[in-house]
Structure formats: structure tokens, C-alpha cells
Design a protein around this ligand. Structure first.
Ligand code: FES
Ligand code: MG
Length: 572
């Protein structure tokens, strides 16, 4: 090693500050053999007592430390915002950027040379990566891994997807309390993130496809001993990366973002991936747009037969089938093998010879899971800056639809009224909810899979056209048009639609319109007033000042690379 380590600025100088740093390390029982000349590896751990997806991180971090020590480094665990998807309200999305800021500033302010980023539950992956890309120290991502398959009396249960399915069955009177409680007890059986193709499985796969993981690591189930060994390998590799000065800016390229985009489609990705990948690409300086997603959806078929796009399988099956390496090998020319990875090898070298063991789980290009794309972008007078739909997880009958709107101004109103029989809802009604976007939610909660009214469930209706400026869980399904931009709260045309207006959706043509004359829309706009701000102080206030719309990735404007001068290294 000829380069001076960044951490040496803290530990080496024979001055008052250097004295303070050394004596405080010694206070913890370390001696100079522990740190001198050794790469200091920050381990950003998003463990908490209330994040079931990361419950194993408390032990797993010890395996990372073991790896760092084996390779001659000095591990330092730094706890970071845990962002437990299920418990944080109104939505973890409100705090993704807070984790991104925390990640960047933890790395900037501490005496560290490189990092292992431990995440997996939905927003933790983009949060950690956004911050790490901006700070640009040598680092790699340690994915939490999916939990085991769920089980109810021998039937497989999938995260989210079966929650919605059995809840509809319960509301329709098809199952009783006892069976429902069986689902409750059996759907989440181990630590690890959701094991359907939700946001977690999508985003960890995209981190992997971007080249930021030990290739294929994202597919290893959390409870598999391979995961423990992978954690130690991450520790070792982080030390080597510091020695090689291999940084995110050396790994990421146009090619790596195109690869991630194509892998997203082949995985049948969560719609949330659009927002996160756009934000990541803009931070890295290779901006993707909604049009890139639309084009990729029509170019790349869904190959991963994982629910909700697929019918049966879950992430545990995906691992046994060969995992992400096998899927990427199936993609052939749709993947640029010259892209770099944190391993030091190209992506092509990493996946060379990867076999598919279960061909029904990981399909080939000539036998895709769905003839519909994983993702389509819709534009029109209802969504000038776009909305998105997941055609592969919708009833194909609804992809071309015309019906009367039923509008709810808020989630609370929708929840209170949706089952009211006097609303006259039919299976052709288009359910619309607004006020749930980045500012309106705030934070774009996952409210976009509006419930089917009870009387229609009882008649067997299981899908309807639903439109909102919200997001939906990646484990959700149905003809849900999401992320409508600009959102209603900032005066997007979604704010102008009224109950009874005819809504026209043509997903294949990429259109979403309300059949309302221009002069009538102008009249409604003149009567529209800006809603009250959601928060008058604190983080919520900062958020509202700086959050970008969904089509731009919901980053804070001041965090984007192009905002201004880069943030400097601290004076020591
Ligand atoms: Fe953590 Fe789904 S709740 S990944
Ligand atoms: Mg989720």
C-alpha cells in the first residue's frame, strides 16, 4: 500500500487532535496494532429491535467484522436508521432520503476508508446506496436476503401478496377468523426481507445488477449458511477494495444502469424500483427517465416466475433455481457483460457459466412468464408527467378500459366510504384517490392498491382500475395506475377530476385521460386552491420544501449531484 489512508488523517498526526483520537481508541481497549496502517471499514448496520427483516444483522455484523479482520482491516460498526417497512408511519418513503443523508454524513464525518452497507428491507437499499454514491468511498452492499417461504397447513404463503388475497377472502366471507389467524402466524417464518418480488427483492437484485454486491449475493436466503459466509466475504472484500481504491464511481456507468433497468424488467420488478433507480441514476450522473422504463418494459420479458408477476414461486425457489446469476445469464445480449462490479471482475465474468436448475422458475427469453411487460408508463391529460402500471400483474381485460370515476380526496375518506353500497360502484368504475403523493401523503404511502368494495368482492370481482398519486407495495397486484405526476397536492390535473368523469385508460398505447373538455378543466383549475402544508416544522417541513416529484425519483433537490459544489471533507 503506497496511498495514505483517509483514516490516517485522524490517527497518525503527532498533534493534539491525533493524540485525542488515539487515546480514545485506547480507551476502548484498542492498541496501535489494531489500527495503524489498516483500512478502517465502516459497517453501516440498519438493525433495530423492530425490524424483522434485519433481525439477523445483530449477529451477521460479527461475521462482517471477522472478514474485515481476516483481510487486515479495522472494523467499526455504525448504526444507521433501520426503516422497518411495516412499522414506520406514514411510510418509510418519507425517510428514505433521511437515511441517504445519514449514510453520506456518517461516512464523511468518521475516520473510515471504506464501508459495508447492510440493508435489504425496502427503502434501506436505496437509502444506503444514494448516500454511498454521493460520498464515493470504496464500499459494497450486503443484502439481507429473503425470508423463508410462508406456510399455512402445507400451503405456501407469500409476503404481502397472500395478505391481500386472504384479506379479500375474509371480507368476502370465504374464510373465517381461525384460517385468517393461521395466515397471520405462518406468513413470516424467519428473519429476512419479504420473499415475493416486492421492493426489497427487487432493490437488492438491482444493487447486485449494478455491480455493488458480491455478484449473486442478493438471492441467498437470510437463514441459509451461505449468507453467513457471504457476510464474512463482504468484510474481506471491503478491505481489498480500499487497497485497490475501487469506488462506486469506478463501478457505476451507463452500462451498469442499463443492466439494472433490464434486470428490473426480467425480475418483474416492484413499481417502487422506478422511483429508486431514477434517484440512484441521477446521483451517479447517468440519469434514467420514465421513458427508459417504458422502453425496457417492451424490450425485456419477465423471466423470474416469482409472485406477484409469476403465479407460484418465491425468492427461496429463485435461489434454488440458480438465483440472479442464472437469470442474468439467461438475458444474453440484454446484459452488457463489460460493466464493472465490486468484485474487481466484470459482470460478464461473474455470471459466465451460471446455470438454471429449475427452468420453470427462471425462464428463458423464448418462454417468458407473461406476454405483458413488467412496467408501462402512461401519459395523458390526467398525468402529463406520467403514471406507471404493472401490466404483468394486472387483469389483461382492464389494460384497455373506459369507465366513470369515483374520486376520494384522501386515504381517510377512501377508507371510511369504500364499502358504502350507496356509492353505486360497479366493476367498471375507476377508483381514484388523490392527496397521496410525495407532498400530499406525505411521502407517497403505499396506498395505491385501493381495496375492492365489499359487495363486488362477494360477487367475485378481484381487480378494478385504480388510479392514484400514491405508490403500492411491490407485493401488490392489479390494474393500479400509480405515481401520477404531478401529484394532486401541487395542482396536477389529478386534482381536477370529479366523480362521474369518464376515464380512458389504454395501457398498451401508454395513455391515461379524462374525457373532460379543456374549458371545463380550466374552470375547475380556476377554483382550485393550494392545500394546507402537511408539516409546519421539523423534518416534514424540510421535506416539503425540497422533495422532487415521482418521475424525478423523489430525491431532495439539494442532495442531487448537480445541485452545487460537492460537500467537502471535514477539517480535522
Ligand atoms: Fe421488510 Fe417487506 S417488510 S422487506
Ligand atoms: Mg414492501
Amino acid at each position: 500500500m503506497t496511498r495514505t489512508l483517509r483514516s490516517a488523517r485522524w490517527f497518525e498526526p503527532d498533534d493534539l487532535r491525533g493524540f485525542g483520537h488515539r487515546s480514545r481508541l485506547m480507551q476502548m481497549g484498542y492498541s496501535k496494532e489494531d489500527w495503524q496502517g489498516r483500512p478502517v471499514i465502516a459497517i453501516l448496520n440498519t438493525w433495530s429491535d423492530i425490524n424483522p427483516c434485519h433481525a439477523h444483522f445483530r449477529q451477521r455484523v460479527e461475521d462482517v467484522k471477522r472478514g474485515v479482520l481476516q483481510a487486515g482491516g479495522f472494523p467499526i460498526e455504525l448504526p444507521a436508521l433501520s426503516l422497518s417497512e411495516n412499522f414506520v408511519k406514514p411510510t418509510t418513503m418519507l425517510y428514505r432520503n433521511l437515511l441517504a443523508m445519514e449514510t453520506e454524513e456518517l461516512l464523511r464525518s468518521h475516520p473510515v476508508d471504506g464501508a459495508v452497507l447492510m440493508g435489504g428491507c425496502d427503502k434501506t437499499t436505496p437509502g444506503l446506496l444514494l448516500g454511498a454514491i454521493s460520498m464515493d468511498l470504496p464500499c459494497l452492499f450486503l443484502p439481507a436476503g429473503p425470508m423463508l417461504r410462508g406456510n399455512l397447513r402445507g400451503e405456501v404463503l407469500g409476503s404481502g401478496a397472500d395478505t391481500w388475497k386472504y384479506w379479500d377472502d375474509r371480507r368476502a366471507g370465504k374464510i373465517g377468523l381461525e384460517e385468517w389467524q393461521g395466515v397471520e402466524a405462518g406468513i413470516a417464518r424467519s428473519y429476512g426481507h419479504c420473499m415475493t418480488m416486492g421492493t426489497a427483492a427487487t432493490m437488492t437484485a438491482l444493487a447486485d445488477a449494478l455491480g455493488l454486491c458480491l455478484t449473486g449475493a442478493s438471492s441467498i436466503p437470510a437463514a441459509d449458511a451461505n449468507h453467513i459466509r457471504m457476510a464474512a466475504a463482504c468484510g474481506r472484500r471491503a478491505v481489498e477494495m480500499v487497497n485497490e481504491d475501487l469506488r462506486p464511481s469506478h463501478v457505476l456507468s451507463r452500462a451498469s444502469f442499463d443492466n439494472a433497468l433490464n434486470v428490473a424488467m426480467a425480475m418483474g420488478c416492484s413499481t417502487n424500483a422506478i422511483i429508486h433507480l431514477i434517484a440512484l441514476s441521477r446521483r451517479a450522473g447517468f440519469p434514467l427517465t420514465l421513458d427508459d422504463f417504458h422502453a425496457a418494459g417492451h424490450r425485456v420479458p419477465v423471466l423470474a416466475n416469482i409472485r406477484p408477476s409469476g403465479e407460484r414461486y418465491l425468492m427461496e425457489d429463485f435461489f434454488y433455481a440458480g438465483g440472479l446469476k442464472a437469470l442474468m445469464a439467461q438475458m444474453g445480449d440484454l446484459l452488457d457483460g463489460t460493466a464493472a462490479t465490486v468484485t474487481g471482475q466484470t459482470l460478464g465474468a461473474e455470471i459466465a457459466g451460471a446455470e438454471t436448475y429449475l427452468p420453470d422458475v427462471i425462464r428463458s427469453l423464448d418462454n417468458p412468464v407473461s406476454s405483458e411487460p413488467a412496467m408501462a408508463v402512461l401519459r395523458g391529460n390526467l398525468a402529463p408527467q406520467g403514471g406507471v402500471i404493472k401490466p404483468s400483474a394486472a387483469d389483461p381485460r382492464l389494460l384497455n378500459h373506459r369507465g366513470p370515476a369515483l374520486v376520494f380526496d384522501s386515504y381517510a375518506e377512501m377508507k371510511a366510504r369504500i364499502d358504502d353500497p350507496s356509492l353505486g360502484v360497479t366493476a367498471d368504475t375507476v377508483l381514484i384517490m388523490r392527496g397521496a403523493g410525495p407532498q400530499g401523503g406525505p411521502g407517497m404511502p403505499e396506498w395505491g392498491m385501493l381495496p375492492i368494495p365489499k359487495h363486488l368482492l362477494e360477487q367475485g370481482v378481484r381487480d378494478m382500475v385504480r388510479i392514484s398519486d400514491a405508490r403500492m407495495s411491490g407485493t401488490s397486484y392489479g390494474a393500479c395506475i400509480l405515481h401520477v405526476s404531478p401529484e394532486a397536492h401541487v395542482g396536477g390535473p389529478l386534482a381536477l377530476v370529479q366523480t362521474g368523469d369518464i376515464i380512458v385508460v389504454d395501457a398498451r398505447a401508454g395513455r391515461i385521460d379524462m374525457d373532460v373538455p379543456e374549458d371545463e378543466l380550466a374552470r375547475r383549475r380556476a377554483n382550485w386552491s393550494v392545500p394546507a402544508a402537511k408539516a409546519g416544522r421539523g423534518y416534514g417541513w424540510v421535506y416539503a420544501q425540497h422533495i422532487l416529484q415521482a418521475d424525478q425519483g423523489c430525491d431532495f433537490d439539494f442532495l442531487e449531484t448537480g445541485f452545487g459544489a460537492s460537500a467537502p471533507e471535514p477539517d480535522i
